[in-house]
Design a binder for this molecule. Structure first.
Ligand SMILES: Cc1cc2nc3c(=O)[nH]c(=O)nc-3n(C[C@H](O)[C@H](O)[C@H](O)COP(=O)(O)OP(=O)(O)OC[C@H]3O[C@@H](n4cnc5c(N)ncnc54)[C@H](O)[C@@H]3O)c2cc1C
Length: 351
C-alpha cells in the first residue's frame, strides 16, 4: 500500500494541482526565452535600411510580450510562495511532510488552475508574436519560433484542458462558499452595495494607484455578477458553461494583475522609483489590456443574465461602466515604446 485505502483519488487530484503550477512556470520560462530571442532577432534583421526593432509595429509586440512575462512571473512567484508558506504552516501544526504537501497545494488549487490557464495562453500569444517578428523565417521549421508555437499549443490541452480548468476554478470557489470555507455571500452583498453606489473620482500620484483601484473594483464587480449568476441559475449553474468560462476569465485577470501590482509596489517601496520604472510601465500596459477584456466579459455575462429584464441590465451595466473604467488613461503607445526600448537596450527580457 502506497497510502491509505480509498485515498488514491485525492492524491491523483493533488498531483494535478502541482502539475498545473509547474506547467504554468514552464510556460513562463518558454515565454521569457521567446521574448529574448525575438528582441535579439529584431535588432539584427534589417529592412528598409533599419533594424526592424526600430519600427513601432515591432516595439508594440515586444512591449506586450515583456509585460505578459512580468505579470505571469508575478502570479507564479506569488502562488509558489503561498503554497510553500502553507506547507510550512501545516507541518508546524502537526502534519507530516507528505500530508502537509498534499494539503498545502490543495489549499491553492484555484490559483494553480488560474496560473495553468493564464500562463499557457500567454505563452501561445507570445510565441505567435515571436513568429510574426521573425516574419517568413518564423514560419519555417529551421528557426526555433515555429517549434515554440507548436510546443506551446499542448499547454492549453494537458493537465486538464483550459476549458475544464476555467470551470473548475469557479466551481471550487462556489464549493468553498457553500462549505463555509469562504465568506462568499457576505462578500457578494457588500459588493452589490458598493457597486451600486457612486464612485469616488480621486486620483493620487502614488505608483499604480489607478490600476490598484481598478482591480479592487473588478473584484467587487466579479462578486456582484457571481451573486446574480448564483441567484439566477442555482443548481443548474454547471450547465451554464459560457457563463462559467467568462467569470473565470475575469478571475484570471484579477489574480494576474493583482499579483503584479503587489510585487511592483513592494519593490518600489524597497528599491525606489527609478529601479521600478519599467515594471510600473509594464503593469500599466497589462492592466489596460486586462481591463478591456474584463469589461467585455462582464458585459457578456450581464447581457445573458438579464435578457428579459432591462432595468436590471441597465443597473448592472452601469455599475461596470462606473467602477470598471479609467478616470485618467495614460498614453499607451508612448508607454509601449518606452518598455520596448528598455528591453531592446538590454538585448533580452531580463532586467
Ligand atoms: C503530448 C501529450 C502529452 C500528454 N501527457 C499526459 C500525461 O503525462 N499524463 C496524462 O494523464 N495525460 C496526458 N495527456 C493527455 C491529456 O491530459 C488529455 O489529452 C487532455 O486531458 C484532454 O483530454 P482528451 O484528449 O481526452 O480530450 P477531450 O476530453 O475529448 O476534450 C476535447 C475537447 O472537449 C472539451 N471538453 C471535454 N469535456 C468537456 C466538458 N465536460 N465540458 C466542456 N468541454 C469539454 C475539452 O475542453 C476539449 O476542448 C497528454 C496528451 C498529450 C497530447
Amino acid at each position: 500500500m502506497l497510502g491509505e485505502r480509498n485515498g488514491g483519488f485525492k492524491i491523483a487530484m493533488n498531483a494535478l494541482n502541482v502539475g498545473r503550477i509547474k506547467l504554468g512556470v514552464a510556460c513562463l520560462e518558454a515565454q521569457r526565452r521567446v521574448t529574448s530571442k525575438s528582441i535579439q532577432y529584431a535588432k539584427e534583421r534589417v529592412q528598409f535600411k533599419k533594424p526592424i526593432a526600430s519600427f513601432g509595429a515591432i516595439k508594440e509586440k515586444i512591449a506586450q510580450m515583456a509585460s505578459s512575462c512580468y505579470v505571469g512571473e508575478s502570479a507564479c512567484y506569488r502562488a509558489a510562495y503561498d503554497i510553500e508558506s502553507r506547507i510550512k504552516y501545516h507541518i508546524d501544526n502537526g502534519l507530516n511532510r507528505q500530508e502537509a504537501e498534499l494539503k498545502g497545494v490543495e489549499d491553492f488549487a484555484i490559483e494553480c488552475s488560474l496560473i495553468k490557464v493564464g500562463a499557457s495562453e500567454d505563452m501561445q500569444n507570445c510565441a505567435d508574436h515571436g513568429i510574426q517578428i521573425l516574419g517568413g523565417m518564423g514560419f519555417s521549421a529551421d528557426t526555433p519560433m515555429e517549434s515554440a508555437w507548436r510546443d506551446s499549443r499542448i499547454g492549453r490541452i494537458y493537465e486538464g484542458t483550459n476549458e475544464i480548468n476555467r470551470m473548475l476554478s469557479i466551481g471550487l470557489i462556489l464549493k468553498k462558499g457553500i462549505k463555509g470555507d469562504l465568506d462568499l455571500m457576505p462578500a457578494v452583498m457588500k459588493a452589490t452595495m458598493l457597486m451600486g453606489s457612486e464612485r469616488k473620482k480621486e486620483i493620487q500620484e502614488s505608483p499604480l494607484f489607478q490600476e490598484n483601484q481598478l482591480i479592487e473594483n473588478f473584484k467587487y464587480l466579479f462578486l456582484m455578477i457571481a451573486g446574480n449568476v448564483i441567484q439566477k441559475y442555482g443548481n443548474n449553474l454547471e450547465k451554464e458553461q459560457q457563463v462559467l468560462l467568462a467569470l473565470s476569465d475575469i478571475l484570471i485577470e484579477i489574480y494576474f494583475c493583482e499579483s503584479a501590482i503587489l510585487r511592483t509596489i513592494k519593490n518600489y517601496n524597497r528599491e525606489g522609483a527609478k529601479n521600478q520604472e519599467t515594471q510600473i510601465e509594464m503593469v500599466q500596459n497589462y492592466v489596460f489590456e486586462a481591463q478591456n477584456l474584463m469589461t467585455r466579459k462582464a458585459k457578456e455575462i450581464i447581457f445573458h443574465l438579464t435578457e428579459d429584464n432591462k432595468i436590471e441590465r441597465d443597473q448592472l451595466i452601469s455599475a461596470v461602466e462606473k467602477h470598471g473604467d479609467y478616470i485618467k488613461s495614460p498614453n499607451y503607445f508612448a508607454l509601449r515604446t518606452k518598455i520596448a526600448d528598455r528591453f531592446i537596450k538590454e538585448n533580452s527580457y531580463f532586467i
